[in-house]
Design a protein around this ligand. Structure first.
Ligand SMILES: [Zn+2]
Length: 53
């Protein structure tokens, strides 16, 4: 299964908010890497939740 560096945390496994609080990355769950398939699924808009013009 292909893995790549998590773009949300840049591979650190942590995210930092505007006030400097650190917390576990919600995308990779602190691993710093994500599966291509799983992140793609997150970024796709659900068919049942699509936006209509
Ligand atoms: Zn991450």
């Amino acid at each position: 299964m292909a893995e790549r560096t998590c773009i949300a945390c840049d591979g650190t496994g942590k995210q930092v908010d505007d006030e400097g609080w650190q917390y576990q990355c919600s995308v990779c769950h602190g691993r710093g890497k994500v599966n291509d398939a799983s992140e793609t699924k997150v970024m796709h808009t659900d068919e049942n939740n699509r936006l209509l013009d």
